[in-house]
Design a protein around this ligand. Structure first.
Ligand code: NAP
Length: 279
C-alpha cells in the first residue's frame, strides 16, 4: 500500500482563488500590515512572500521595516498606530524579534480583532474555550488539508506531536473542536512511538528532522507533517521520514509542498475574515 499525497500547493492555490473572488466582490480592499524588525534574511524572505501573496488576492499589504535597534516603546507605538489605522484590518509582527524585544508584550498589544496570526491571549483563550477566534495560520492550514483530503475526524484518535503556542496547542484545540479524541505529545512524553502508533491522524510539529519513523505509524493513518528542517545534505525535510511512512500511511503531506503553502494562504484568509468582522 502507498499513501495518497495531500497536495498543499493545490489546496492553497484553490483557497487563494476563492479569496481573490471574495475580495473582488467587496467594496473595499482589506489591509494587512506586516512589521519586520531587523534584517534577519529568513524573515525578510517570509515577509516578501506574504506581501506578494496578499497582492495576488487583492489585499493591500504594507510592510513596515524597522531597524534592529528599535526599542520596545517604539515598537509598541508602531503597533498602537496600526491598531488605530482604519485602513488596516490585519497586523502581523514577524517573529522572532531581535533581542531584547519582548514578543509576548508586543503580541498582547495588538488589537485582538486585527490579530491575524491568532497569537493574542484573547484569541488563544477563545480557541481554547471553543469560541470563534482568529486562529493561528499554520494549524488552520492543517485543518484545511484534513478537510480537503476528506479525513473523518469525529471520534478519530488524533495525536499532535509538539505543544507550541504557534502550532501544537492550537492544532490540538481545533481537532478537539471537530470531535476528535486528541492526545498532545511533547518532549517529555513516555513511549512516543506507542502513542503515535495508536493515532488515526498524526500531526507532527516538533522541528526534529524525520523523527517519526515507519514503525510509529498505524497502517492507513493520515499524517500531516508541519516540520521544516534542513537535512545534513542541505535539503528540506519534515518531522516525518516521508519515504518510509509513505508506504504505511493512508495519506500524507510532503515537505515541501504540504503545510507550508497553506500557512500564507490562511494568513490571507484571516485578513479577509478580520476585515469582514470589523467593517
Ligand atoms: P517549537 O516551538 O520549537 O516547539 C517544538 C515542540 O516539539 C515542543 O513542544 C517540544 O516539546 C516538542 N519536541 C521537541 N523535540 C521533541 C522530541 N524529540 N520528541 C517529542 N517532542 C519534541 O516549534 P514550532 O514553532 O511548533 O515548530 C515546529 C516545526 O514546525 C518546526 O520544524 C518549524 O519550522 C515548523 N513550522 C512550519 C510552519 C509551516 O508553515 N509549515 C509554520 C510553523 C512552524 P517541549 O514543549 O516539551 O519542549
Amino acid at each position: 500500500m502507498t499513501a495518497t499525497l495531500i497536495d498543499g500547493k493545490a489546496v492553497a492555490a484553490s483557497l487563494r482563488a476563492t479569496l481573490a473572488a471574495r475580495v473582488a466582490a467587496l467594496a473595499f480592499r482589506p489591509g494587512l500590515a506586516v512589521v519586520l524588525v531587523g534584517d534577519d534574511p529568513a524573515s525578510a524572505v517570509y515577509v516578501r512572500n506574504k506581501d506578494r501573496a496578499a497582492a495576488s488576492v487583492g489585499i493591500a499589504a504594507r510592510t513596515i521595516r524597522l531597524p534592529a535597534e528599535t526599542n520596545q516603546a517604539a515598537l509598541l507605538a508602531q503597533v498602537a498606530a496600526l491598531n488605530a489605522d482604519l485602513a488596516i484590518d490585519g497586523i502581523l509582527v514577524q517573529l522572532p524579534l531581535p533581542p531584547p524585544l519582548d514578543a509576548r508584550a508586543v503580541i498582547a498589544a495588538i488589537d485582538p480583532a486585527k490579530d491575524v496570526d491568532g497569537l493574542h491571549p484573547l484569541n488563544a483563550g477563545r480557541l481554547a474555550t471553543g469560541d470563534a477566534a482568529l486562529v493561528p495560520c499554520t494549524p488552520l492550514g492543517v485543518m484545511k488539508l484534513l478537510d480537503a483530503a476528506q479525513v473523518p475526524l469525529v471520534g478519530a484518535r488524533a495525536l499532535v506531536l509538539g505543544r507550541s503556542n504557534l502550532v501544537g496547542r492550537p492544532a490540538a484545540a481545533l481537532l478537539l473542536s471537530r470531535d476528535a479524541t486528541v492526545t498532545l505529545a511533547h518532549s517529555r512524553t513516555r513511549d512516543l512511538a506507542g502513542e503515535c502508533r495508536r493515532a488515526d491522524v498524526l500531526v507532527a510539529a516538533v522541528g526534529r528532522p524525520e523523527l517519526v519513523r515507519r514503525d510509529w505509524v498505524k497502517p492507513g493513518a493520515v499524517i500531516i507533517d508541519v516540520g521544516i528542517n534542513r537535512a545534513a545534505d542541505g535539503s528540506l525535510v519534515g518531522d516525518v521520514a516521508f519515504a518510509e511512512c509513505w508506504a504505511v500511511a493512508g495519506a500524507i503531506t510532503p515537505v515541501p509542498g504540504g503545510v507550508g503553502p497553506m500557512t500564507i494562504a490562511c494568513l490571507l484568509e484571516n485578513t479577509v475574515t478580520a476585515a469582514l468582522r470589523r467593517r
